[in-house]
Design a protein around this ligand. Structure first.
Ligand SMILES: NC(=O)c1ccc[n+]([C@@H]2O[C@H](COP(=O)([O-])OP(=O)(O)OC[C@H]3O[C@@H](n4cnc5c(N)ncnc54)[C@H](O)[C@@H]3O)[C@@H](O)[C@H]2O)c1
Length: 359
């Protein structure tokens, strides 16, 4: 059954869960009227799998489809320029609506395109990866990458709505499910002890790609993000808690010694490192640390890396965007289902945390 969750704040919007791709047209007609023009933006892979289902519901409208290659590299100004040329060719105007169909790459790219085309046109997120459903489609952050940094050019720009069809997870490979799972474990650790229990008790079914469980898991997980971003639209306050595991994870993603590590793998190892640091500081008991590690294991999420010089990883963490005035800003778990910002971790403590996740 269709469910609705609302993101609050000054630019609130609805998230529709258990929505069907074919049913989007009826919703759009009600929201924008019969005359609107739609620009469906997706990538080759998702287009092959799902464009037809979306287009089926949009038969009554003037709709144009633009596909880009399936790659993080498409999150670029070059692709924005290409999208602009195609959009103009399709007579996209101020009243047109962009439909971003795909994972986080398409959501960020098409969302950013909509944000700057004609100084901003409306857009809808249609997330098709677990990561996009529980994380990137919510919170209004859109961006492209630049040679000088990932997500360096972007904006806070909320969509008109998020239209989530969990059945799209059926075709998602396990490695991509894992990327989303790392964020759901993070959500549980940050703010939802019951979600943590839920994942613990259903880990086997989740690993077996049980469709019903994945949908229930995604719905509970995204609720954590909705609550936090509703309170802090532009990352001035508690939204930083969503960074749990990420300061460590980003260092791994950028380290030469760990080339090829995915974002989800980085976050998962980062959660283990943050949990070790929290235990050393007395924020977690030995038992709670063991529960976290065991949950990562049950989900087959990585929590170890081959050893390297912890000092090198520490220096990569110094470049973290979230740092302030030379201080490393870390988020650490406090028990299960709570977290806090810590600004006084010494380099020694951080290096020890890295060493604990070395194999
Ligand atoms: N805006 C935010 O708040 C935010 C938050 C987290 C991450 N991100 C961004 O999200 C991006 C990562 O997103 P992602 O993990 O979804 O990666 P992605 O968009 O690259 O998708 C992963 C892969 O799955 C494929 N795919 C998508 N849906 C599918 C489906 N239903 N079935 C089969 N294959 C499918 C894609 O084509 C791609 O190959 C990064 O660029 C990251 O910076 C943004």
């Amino acid at each position: 059954m269709l469910q609705q969750v609302n993101v609050g704040g000054s630019n609130g919007y609805p998230i529709f869960l258990n929505a069907s791709l074919e049913g989007l047209g009826a919703y759009l007609e009600e929201k924008f009227g019969v005359k609107a023009h739609y620009l469906l933006i997706t990538n080759n892979r998702v287009a092959n799998l799902y464009a037809e289902r979306v287009l089926k519901g949009l038969k009554e409208f003037r709709t144009d489809l633009i596909t880009v290659p399936d790659s993080e590299e498409e999150k670029s100004l070059t692709t924005i320029a290409r999208l602009t040329e195609e959009a103009v060719k399709f007579r996209t105007d101020r009243d047109s609506v962009v439909l971003a169909l795909g994972g986080g790459v398409i959501g960020d790219l098409a969302g950013f395109f909509a944000t700057i085309y004609y100084r901003g046109i409306r857009y809808i997120q249609i997330p098709t990866t677990l990561l996009a459903q529980v994380d990137s489609s919510i919170g209004g952050k859109v961006a492209v990458n630049h040679a000088c940094g990932k997500n360096l050019l972007g904006a806070f720009s909320p969509p008109q709505a998020v239209w989530t069809d969990f059945s799209t997870l059926r075709t998602l490979p396990w490695s991509e499910i894992q990327n989303g799972l790392a964020e759901t474990v993070k959500h549980a650790m940050v703010a939802d002890p019951e979600l943590f229990d839920f994942i613990e008790s259903h880990a086997d079914a989740i690993r077996n790609h049980d469709q019903d469980l994945l949908s229930r898991l995604a719905a509970r997980s995204l609720a954590v993000k909705v609550k936090i971003v509703s309170e802090d639209e532009k990352e001035h306050g508690i939204r930083i808690l969503l960074n749990l595991g990420h300061s460590f994870g980003h260092a791994l993603e950028t380290a030469d010694s760990y080339k090829g590590i995915s974002h989800g793998q980085g976050v998962s190892i980062g959660l283990a490192a943050a949990a070790n640091l929290a235990r050393d500081r007395g924020l977690l008991t030995e038992k709670e640390l063991a529960r976290i590690i065991s949950l990562l294991d049950k989900l087959k999420l990585p929590r170890n890396i081959p050893p390297c010089a912890a000092k090198d990883l520490l220096s990569l963490m110094a470049a973290d965007k979230k740092n302030k005035a030379g201080n490393k800003i870390l988020v650490l778990p406090v028990g299960i289902g709570k977290s806090m910002v810590v600004t006084d971790c010494t380099d020694q403590e951080i290096m020890q945390a890295w060493e604990k996740v070395f194999k």
